[in-house]
Design a protein around this ligand. Structure first.
Ligand code: NAD
Ligand code: AKB
Length: 320
């Protein structure tokens, strides 16, 4: 039987690209002590470790996870621990173990302790047979191991909701662009790395072709979407609960390089595709987010130009 949930928040994978900013935002909102950051890595100087409670925790250790939930009085989990697409194709077994196994750990704890859960999905759930402007609902045939684990995650979320009433919600994030923490081994990392290289050396060797178009989003929009989804009343959440499409901006690698070049004088970019081109080619160009708009009022704020301005200002101010 489920016990009474606590009131604190646990963030898994908190030292990653999203966790770094989501933990900071949740701590600003609820107070530092109310948000327990956790990750399998130990980075003593990381802002999430310095800025509030931190637990070293692997999401595939179900007993340890359960203990932390009870000891810390957890009521909501933001489950961000995962292996992303590029690393996942190099280590498919690890990707399945962490992404699927870790999600089961979190959902089982949620069932036992009546927790609410946020568990993100990805545009990687779509395969090459999906329409290039991907609808909320279509056949999901991803070709990457990572994409397959994300489809499983969405199905697990729906099963735990239907069978046990566990309130699990997720977003199919586009490629996320941010400056506070490095991107974590994905295919869309070029859209982050290009800014660092532009400012550090004036040149970037981009690992996808210039005509590669993918759905992308600035991190501030992604964090706002995450909080809005979790704030929405349960009656508002529809059949997309395991993975809402959300649209930010969609641009080619050439358009990105040109936008960076317009801001960093003398910037040059070469396009030297590697194996990640294949993963990018299997994903849509853009997504239809009507369900997120209708169910919880999603509207993006950052287009390509606003995102580039924010990235360059953010990187310049953090290097002062
Ligand atoms: P990231 O790689 O930057 O961070 C993941 C974190 O998980 C890392 O800090 C890592 O140390 C930790 N981790 C790995 N194995 C662990 C384990 N066994 N136990 C606990 N922690 C472990 O990833 P991110 O970009 O922050 O992604 C977070 C979530 O959002 C993932 O589910 C990812 O699939 C999803 N997502 C991200 C993007 C993006 O562009 N960043 C896009 C779509 C979906
Ligand atoms: C990746 O490229 O693996 C991630 C994602 C789109 O899920 N950024």
């Amino acid at each position: 039987m489920a016990d009474t949930p606590g009131s604190r928040i646990l963030v898994t994978g908190a030292l990653g690209q999203i966790g770094t900013e989501l933990t900071e935002t949740l701590r600003e909102r609820y107070g530092a002590d109310a948000v327990v950051a956790s990750d399998v890595r130990d980075l003593p100087d990381h802002p999430c470790v310095v800025g509030g409670p931190y637990r070293n925790l692997s999401v595939i250790d179900a007993d340890a996870f359960d203990r932390v939930v009870v000891e810390e009085g957890i009521g909501t989990v933001y489950h961000l621990a995962a292996i992303l697409s590029a690393t996942g194709e190099k280590k498919p077994e690890l990707c399945e173990r962490i992404n699927v196994g870790g999600t089961v750990t979190v959902l089982e704890a949620a069932r036992k302790h009546s927790l609410r859960v946020y568990a993100p999905s990805s545009i990687a759930v779509f395969g090459p047979d999906a329409p290039k402007h991907a609808p909320q609902e279509c056949t999901l045939n991803p070709t990457t191991t990572y994409g397959k684990t994300k489809v499983t995650g969405e199905r697990l979320a729906m099963n735990y909701w239907k069978q046990y009433g566990v309130d699990v919600r997720g977003i199919r994030y586009p490629g996320l662009v941010s400056y506070k923490a490095p991107a974590g081994g994905g295919t869309t990392d070029y859209a982050v790395d290009i800014f660092h290289h532009a400012l550090e050396t004036g040149h970037y060797d981009c690992f996808v072709r210039g005509d590669t178009r993918l759905p992308m989003m600035y991190m501030a929009d992604a964090i706002r979407a995450t909080i809005a989804l979790m704030d929405a009343p349960v009656e508002a959440i529809g059949t997309a609960r395991g993975g809402y499409n959300i649209s930010g901006c969609s641009f080619t690698a050439t358009e990105l390089a040109e936008a960076v070049g317009a801001r960093v004088s003398g910037f040059t970019c070469d396009f030297l595709p590697d194996v990640r081109q294949k993963y990018a080619d299997s994903w849509p160009d853009s997504v239809d987010d009507e369900a997120a708009q209708a169910d919880w009022g999603w509207v993006a704020e950052y287009d390509l130009e606003a995102m580039c301005d924010a990235m360059i200002a953010g990187l310049q101010s953090s290097s002062i």
